[in-house]
Write a protein that binds this ligand. Sequence first.
Ligand code: HEC
Length: 134
Amino acid sequence: MFGLTGCEDGPRGFSLPAGDPAKGQQVFLEMQCLSCHAMEGFERPADSEDQLSVELGGKVQSLKTYAELVTSVINPSHQIAKGYNLKDVQISGQSVMPVYNDVMTVGQLVDLITFLESKYELEPYTQTKYLMYH
Ligand code: HEC
């Protein structure tokens, strides 16, 4: 039967086993995601300071779904992140982000996604109050 309970029940479309965010953090550090990414609470390696920095985690106005996060990692060129200088983030339509599919186990992926997911925080949308002019 189709549920009408919305998205709270978990990812739509596919579902991976529960991950461990602490292990995911290890994967994040080991795979050197910080050489191109910035995340609150993490130091970037010294040699990457003047390099590309795509922000991960933090306050966002719409949360990425689990499926979107998985897609970003296993198929980075599927959708190129917005808000960056295109020439910095893609070459001929391909994301400059490496594909880890041959180096990351599914277990590592699951932990990594759980870790990433825990780093995003939904920022309540505040409506701009316009003054009335008469
Ligand atoms: C060589 C640089 C590089 C490395 C290393 C890298 N990324 Fe990326 N990543 C990018 C770029 C550039 C983008 C933005 C373009 C795009 O969406 O593909 C991106 C986008 C992303 C996004 C989507 C962000 C958004 O706001 O849409 C996620 C999630 C992500 N990366 C996770 C990771 C993780 C996890 C690792 C480590 C396993 C990693 N990246 C390693 C360059 C990198």
